[in-house]
Write a protein that binds this ligand. Structure first.
Ligand code: DX5
Ligand code: ZN
Length: 216
């Protein structure tokens, strides 16, 4: 069964308390929180004070996806705000190895995200240090975009790399995940599914999370 991570970007920000209650009652494992800086991606979303405010309302894992430049400047602040896992973009990090070590030394799980045009092979010399790889199946910055089909090939290649090295690294899929494509995604090798609009625009989000959980 895949790990399901509803993406708060698609939630109702005026009713975050209710959204978190819904997630608490659901089979969701992680809560995916998108952080943007208006520089690495052309958008700005949730920030540190909002994460800190949400922390007491749930025990679910806070999976923070940093779409920001110079993430090392804020890693400790995100830990203090309540992040359990931190994912940085390969394209935003000149010293990726140092970034990953910093995240781990702060007691968080560490992930690396790849834009759609970034080859998975670039992770060859860092993969063994990672808890997860986040494969973007849309260009980062916005929810509700269409899934890029080439992502399937990337997931298969990455799963082979992980398998060949005897690792247990998670493959997290982010962007355009639906109840329709989730089974093929899991079959290709993804084991964490992030879903924004599919969950929060559905009539029954708890049932939708349940369906995603049963995608295998
Ligand atoms: C996009 C974000 C995603 C986004 C996914 O930059 O990283 O997490 O919320 O939204 P959907 O699932 O609607 O494509
Ligand atoms: Zn994300």
């Amino acid at each position: 069964m895949p790990i399901i991570a509803p993406s708060l970007l698609a939630s109702n920000f005026l009713r975050l308390d209710d959204e978190l209650k819904m997630i608490n009652e659901s089979k969701a494992d992680w809560i995916h929180i998108d952080v943007m800086d208006g520089r690495f991606v052309p958008n700005i979303a949730i920030g540190l004070p909002v994460i800190a405010a949400m922390r007491p309302a749930t025990k679910k894992i806070f999976d923070v996806h940093l779409m920001i430049l110079e993430p090392e400047r804020y890693a400790e602040d995100f830990r203090k705000a309540g992040a359990d896992r931190l994912t940085v973009h390969l394209e935003a990090c000149t010293h990726l190895h140092r970034n990953i070590q910093q995240i781990k030394s702060l007691g968080m799980e560490a992930g690396v995200a790849l834009n759609p045009s970034t080859p998975v092979e670039l992770l060859s010399d860092i993969l063994h240090d990672l808890d997860s790889v986040l494969v973007m199946s849309v260009n980062p910055g916005f929810g509700g975009q269409q899934f890029i089909p080439h992502t399937f090939q990337k997931i298969r290649n990455l799963r082979r790399m992980i398998h060949d090295r005897g690792l247990s690294t998670h493959i997290e899929l982010d962007g355009g995940v639906t109840v329709e494509n989730c089974t093929s995604l899991v079959k290709s090798g993804a084991d964490v599914l992030v879903a924004g609009n599919t969950v929060f625009s559905s009539k029954d989000p708890i049932a939708t999370i349940h369906s995603l959980k049963n995608c295998d």
